[in-house]
Design a protein around this ligand. Structure first.
Ligand code: FAD
Length: 439
């Protein structure tokens, strides 16, 4: 553990959603260990490792309860994928929700694979049961379970293929609801209990909402492109909204083109709001990085767009201190542009912006102009790789007592700076970051 960071501090700054997930995991681990110990003791006393399968056999209990816990976690993950605002609030930001989603997903996978393995181990002496488990078509419940588990394994293997194009990955990921429903049907046929029906129902509704109903029912604001400029690989979109967007500085939206002369796919992509002039007048600044973003320079005034959200709690996860250090890398400047627009007068802000070359610093004039309008704000442009030593040269010695750090930069730079800051004694909750990736 880092010096000066107590467990109490860690718990205090952990959101209720994260605490809940870890709590359930702790419960599962405790009960599983207890069942395993019982299985070993019973078999030790009976002097045999193979005892007849019975519902009182702890190993059987362990196998079936792993199935239940796996389905519970699967259900939680379907809910985490919905982007419901109450879920975001519970976890303290959509980025935290997605991090938990990845963690819960891995735990689900491990529990469901173990569910099958433990039951197979328990049934080793009982050939009929083993055959019923493994050969599809002999037993409806086991067949559904097997199909679900194989579907899950196949989709997880695809998900692990890191270089897969994002939209393809997203589509394959969305199909995970099918194994979920097969698993629910398996459990319902095996054990028609109300709580299994409830679990399957909640996860099923959440999944259908995510894949089919999100665009209709998620909070959104429609509007038109008021102005589009493209310079140095950045497309800036000024959007006039028909309905107000209740966004605050530092938040992001999922952007979709609804109607345009250019054939731009109707995909959803997250972008931070780089300016909020009013709830009906916002700006996005988009780096032309990949297939989708490179097409956005074809947008023209009047093209219809939709903004879903707003999401994110960047800069609002902790009470503001008097001194803040903002570190941006490249296009990671976008949330800071709106944060600076709405910055509190009580906070002293030092912004260090690292860019590859000065040509990439499209917003430096806007930043320096804003800084000149208020005391207590200093803006520093840094060209080339950025280190903590560089930051100290601009901001003065880092002080863990009074300072908070906000980070938005390419992921490797953020990780490097985070490690450096933690080594200097900054607690995790003193460093808030926004990652431009939700995979
Ligand atoms: C919270 C957040 C805020 C962001 N704010 C900005 C911003 O203000 N300006 C800006 O230029 N970029 C921003 N991004 C990054 C932007 O979303 C991606 O660069 C863009 O979606 C890339 O799409 P592409 O198809 O052109 O590129 P690709 O080459 O297909 O994707 C590049 C990477 O972007 C990510 N990505 C792609 N599509 C999506 C998607 N639909 N949803 C989530 N991630 C995706 C993936 O990690 C992928 O590996 C933000 C991302 C997040 C998560």
């Amino acid at each position: 553990m880092q010096p000066g960071i107590s467990i109490v501090d860690r718990v205090r700054y952990t959101s209720w959603g994260v605490r809940g997930v870890y709590g359930v995991l702790l419960l599962i681990s405790g009960l599983s260990i207890d069942t395993l110990v019982q299985a070993v003791l019973i078999r030790w006393q009976r002097k045999t490792w193979f005892i007849s399968p019975s519902n009182l056999d702890p190993l059987y209990e362990l196998g079936t309860s792993l199935g239940f816990w796996g389905m519970l976690f699967f259900c939680i993950n379907c809910v985490l994928a919905t982007r419901w605002l109450w879920v975001e609030r519970l976890f303290g930001g959509l980025d935290v929700v997605y991090r938990m989603h990845a963690f819960v997903g891995k735990s689900t996978f491990i529990m469901l694979v173990l569910h099958l393995m433990v039951l197979i181990a328990q049934a080793l002496a009982d050939t009929d049961r083993l055959v019923a488990y493994l050969i599809p078509g002999l037993d409806l419940s086991y067949t559904l379970g097997m199909l679900g588990l194989f579907g899950l394994v196949a989709l997880v293997v695809i998900t692990l293929w890191g270089s897969m194009p994002y939209q393809l990955w997203l589509t394959s990921h969305a199909w995970l609801g099918v194994p979920y429903l097969l698993g629910g049907a398996h459990a319902l046929v095996a054990q028609a209990d109300w709580y299994i029906a409830l679990l399957t129902g909640i996860g099923g509704v959440a999944w259908i909402y995510s894949i089919a109903l999100y665009r209709r029912y998620a909070p959104h604001a429609r509007g038109q492109i008021a102005e589009r400029t493209t310079q140095h690989g950045i497309t800036e979109l000024r959007i006039a909204l028909d309905t107000p967007l209740a966004a605050v500085a530092g938040q992001f939206v999922f952007f979709a083109v609804s109607k345009s002369q250019a054939a731009i796919p109707a995909e959803l992509h997250p972008f931070s709001l780089s300016a909020i002039e009013s709830p009906r007048d916002v700006r996005l600044s988009i780096k032309m990085l990949g297939d989708y973003t490179r097409q956005l320079d074809q947008l023209a005034p009047g093209d219809a767009v939709t903004l879903y959200g707003p999401y994110g709690m960047f800069g609002r996860r902790m009470p503001a201190t008097q001194r803040q250090l903002w570190i941006a890398g490249g296009i990671g400047i976008t949330p800071f542009l709106s944060l600076l627009q709405q910055a509190s007068h009580d906070t002293e802000i030092t912004l260090v912006w690292a860019v590859r070359t000065r040509a990439d610093a499209r917003y430096i004039d806007e930043l320096t102009q804003r800084a000149s309008q208020r005391t207590g704000i200093s803006v520093h442009l840094h060209e080339g790789p950025l280190s903590l030593a560089d930051i100290e040269a601009y901001a003065g010695p880092l002080c863990t007592q009074t300072q908070q750090v906000l980070l938005c930069a390419p992921i490797p730079l953020m990780r490097q700076l985070r490690v450096g800051l933690r080594a200097r004694g900054f607690a995790a909750h003193q460093i808030d970051s926004e990652e431009f990736g939700l995979r």
